[in-house]
Design a protein around this ligand. Sequence first.
Ligand code: IPE
Ligand code: IPE
Ligand code: MG
Length: 256
Amino acid sequence: MKDPVELLDELKARIDPERVPGHVAIIMDGNGRWAKQHGEHRIVGHANGVRSVREALTGAREIGVKHLTLYAFSTENWNRPESEVNALMDLLVKTVVDELAELHANSVRLKAIGDLESLPDTCRDTLKDASRRTAGNDRITLTLALSYSARWELTEMARRIAVKAKAGELDPASIDESTVSANLCTAGTPDPELLIRTSGELRISNFLLWQIAYAELWFTPVLWPDFRKEHLFNAVLDYQSRERRFGKTSEQIVPR
Ligand code: IPE
Ligand code: IPE
Ligand code: MG
């Protein structure tokens, strides 16, 4: 019988390095249900999700993904009990502080997107410091979406463009899709080709609505704290088995 390491290597070897998605986005869901299944408090589920973040990041880096964006806390998540929100913010700070040296050693660039001004000071400062310190790293960019929602982002984009137009810096007639993209928090980052959501929920929950216009979606019942490299590799293999037509016919993609 093959050991798990061998099986993982075999799975990885099946991935075509020429067609690895440049940007993978993940809606990390199911921490609360995982905790319940284990008879623990919800926050124990969040704490156990940190290992899964490490697995997803390492796996993505190993196969050559250049951007990994993780939905860590949504605008709507502010409506959770205060104790859970506080525990999540504390966990975020602790994780970034604990992992920073390792991230840096692996040439990971850390970024954060979202309404960062609404985060507690320690959280915002920790993120800013980590982003600044890792700004020169280029193996993979890990973007954490925090106090993020796509509708918030799109509203901010509209406001930014309106301000520029009013100041005479931008002609409204010249506004096109690239103007919109350039005024989102993800400006400069290519759109995700693959979006993963764990925990069996089949929804987007206000994540990257503009950017995922043509992303391939991959859903799994696996709860986030159980997510491992093998799940990422399976998602990428599934992605590589699909025909991305972008409105064209199959015959136009593969001439027969
Ligand atoms: C995802 O897990 C983490 C966050 C949204 C912060 P959940 O906490 O949503 O877990 P479930 O959906 O209740 O199981
Ligand atoms: C989405 O998960 C947000 C994050 C993963 C951070 P939720 O668990 O909050 O989503 P809904 O409310 O069930 O759609
Ligand atoms: Mg959830």
